[in-house]
Design a binder for this molecule. Structure first.
Ligand SMILES: NC(=O)c1ccc[n+]([C@@H]2O[C@H](COP(=O)([O-])OP(=O)(O)OC[C@H]3O[C@@H](n4cnc5c(N)ncnc54)[C@H](OP(=O)(O)O)[C@@H]3O)[C@@H](O)[C@H]2O)c1
Length: 258
């Protein structure tokens, strides 16, 4: 029997798409998260907390390939350093990691933590692969849903996004995980770039809501970076196929987008 591939965060938005692909390629999969999940055919769930390191050593034991997706709002640098330490001790020979487009260019605490997480992987001594991706459609949808809970929606001027399909990110991650360690590979971004106002218009139309808008300016260096498109993929990035409009037409809460 093959050694299992450990997928941290395999119960998350992207992880849920990757796990079946690794299984379909014939590999047993061990999924690591804090809350666990229901087992499947040759899928086992282990619970561990990457932020504290609790229960991490046994979770990594007997594994040679790790796909690291677990992440949260804070502490991805620490979580990744903990994983890297345990993976090194377990003799892991390929560590694939997802990061975010612009991790090296947007000056926010969150992006700095993503960049430090990348550095932990790069400096681990374990052969590695890192893919940076833009925001997945599901995340953009939840962001717009949260924004429109307010009667007046603040709309940051100059903010653009390049939403990409979670299943396409997952397919690329599966390919990279099953391949040879490749270092920092070209980013994966969505096929189109939209202003935040445009995304909001589409979302409101699709959900049948009406909202007043309040233009706001993101302050400081981070605001400048966003207005300059530091969160968007550079030329040469790979682009997905499924558009935001196609995703929204299927997923929007009430009526589809025309
Ligand atoms: N979503 C995007 O648009 C996007 C774009 C680019 C990069 N990324 C990166 O891709 C990764 C996955 O994103 P996602 O959207 O799939 O995330 P998600 O839906 O929020 O899922 C996060 C996963 O990580 C697990 N997790 C979180 N904290 C953990 C901890 N301390 N210890 C162990 N497991 C933990 C969660 O399970 P439990 O809660 O049960 O622990 C869950 O399985 C993240 O690193 C994210 O920064 C995401």
């Amino acid at each position: 029997m093959n050694a299992p591939i450990l997928v941290t965060g395999g119960t998350g938005t992207i992880g849920r798409h990757v796990v079946p692909l690794l299984r379909a390629a014939g590999h047993p999969v061990r999924v690591l998260s804090r809350r666990g999940g229901g087992p499947g055919d040759d899928i086992t769930h282990v619970t561990a907390d990457l932020l504290t390191g609790a229960d991490l050593e046994p979770a990594v034991r007997g594994v040679s390939t790790v796909l690291h997706l677990a992440g949260g709002a804070k502490g991805d640098d620490r979580a990744t350093a903990n994983l890297v330490g345990a993976a090194r001790r377990a003799g892991v020979t390929h560590l694939t990691h997802i990061s975010v487009t612009g991790a090296d260019r947007v000056p926010l605490a969150w992006t700095r933590s993503k960049l430090d997480a990348e550095r932990a992987v790069v400096d681990s001594g374990i052969p590695w692969t890192v893919l940076r991706a833009t925001q997945v459609h599901d995340l953009v949808l939840s962001m717009l849903a949260a924004m429109t809970r307010l009667p007046v929606v603040p709309v940051p001027g100059g903010l653009r996004l390049q939403p990409v399909d979670a299943a396409e990110v997952a397919a690329r991650l599966a390919e990279l995980t099953l391949g040879e360690p490749a270092g920092l590979v070209p980013d994966l971004a969505g096929p189109e770039t939209y202003g935040i106002g445009e995304l909001l218009t589409g979302y409101l139309a699709a959900s049948g809501k009406r909202r007043a808008r309040l233009p706001v300016r993101i302050p400081g260096r981070a605001g400048r970076a966003y207005r300059e498109g530091a969160n968007l993929a550079r030329p040469g990035a790979a682009t997905g196929v499924r558009t935001w409009a196609a995703f929204l037409a299927e997923r929007a809460p009430s009526r589809p987008v025309a």
